[in-house]
Design a protein around this ligand. Sequence first.
Ligand code: HAM
Length: 421
Amino acid sequence: MESIMAQIQAIKGFADLFPEDSALFLRMEQAAREVFPRYAFGELRTPLLEYTDLFRRSIGTETDVVQKEMYTFADSKERSMTLRPEATAGVMRAYIEHGVHAREAVSKFFTIGPMFRHERPQKGRMRQFHQINCECLGPREAEADAEIICMLMEFLGRLNLGDITLQINSLGCPNCRPAYRKILRDWLESLDPAGLCEDCRRRMETNPLRVLDCKVPTCRENTARAPVMLEHQCPECSAHLDTVLRHLRAQGVSFEINHRLVRGLDYYTRTTFEVVSGSIGAQGSVAGGGRYDGLISSLGGPDVPGIGFACGMERLALLMREDGEHFLSRPDFYLASLDDSCRDAAFELAQILRGAGLGGTLAFETRSMKSAMRQADKSRARFALILGPDELAAGTVAVRNMENGEQRAVSRAEAAGALKA
Ligand code: HAM
């Protein structure tokens, strides 16, 4: 037995979600489905598996996700496929493939589901994890950025998460970012290379902005005085960010500017943001997103800009201060037979109650009174229903209120009404 289990146990970083865990996920999904449609977002479900090229082209070949973290394999025709590491790329593919831009000027989609990244598992970091992802395609205007951030904060506000901080930065555009990148690279090259980790020494060449979000303490200390992106932006990018921030202030959405916020995926332009929490350890980013004005055209689609974000559901679950049990609905009844002769009537009664919209458990085995009461208590049911030979003959069922212990005989035909009353 043990040796079989050793071969078939769950893959490291892949979790089973039992009902009390799922209850938190359902709560998040419910909040998403309440909030997002008020901002005209509709649900888009895309496949979990896509051709690898989609992710290489959108996320960027220099990113950790593409270089180290994708679950990639060849299908029987030797085409390289990848389990989606994020939702944005698939949403863009669907948008382009179905010519959505020709039908509507603005498209807003949300996607909920599992993503796959081969990272080192730790608290809040899984290899299969779940995202709630939103994308708004079409508008270039800063109001779209402000709107989606307001929506994100409204959604998070419904989840009772405790202290979270919204951090914002702007990564500029193809007009101003190359010049900043050069200024930053020159500055980094003036440092003693021994003060930077090996990854940063490589990133200095390939993607110097990523040096800014390195987590190694010495790298952070040594880059504390690095030139700041916002001071090297073109007037259009500065004005765009100012408008976003003005709307956030007016809406009472508090935020911090984080000059180091560069995000780990290559497609971002202008506004980038993350929501972080100090209380779940190293993996404190519960949501991240930003604008990606060149992404759709780089995938062969029309020149349509976009902005979006994704929340990590496992991380939100760590922060939600209610126990999952709290969201599990309490059963209405636990129904047991005290004698084999009563089991048909019990089965029938359970179905009648469910038909009336009530929920609960039917004990399949015949039970003693004591064991029936113990099980009823364990099931957290509001009422224990007991059927013995006397009740069977009288057309009744004994109904015990599990809160106050009151018990009475109720006609089986009226049991549903009695439980609802
Ligand atoms: P991301 O920052 O890579 O962005 O991921 C977004 C969120 O997913 C993170 O803030 C985190 O909460 C969660 N997450 C990421 N990796 C893991 C993991 N291994 N385990 C648990 N949670 C994780 C994106 O994915 C972008 N596609 C977001 C976006 C949408 N940007 C524009 N539109």
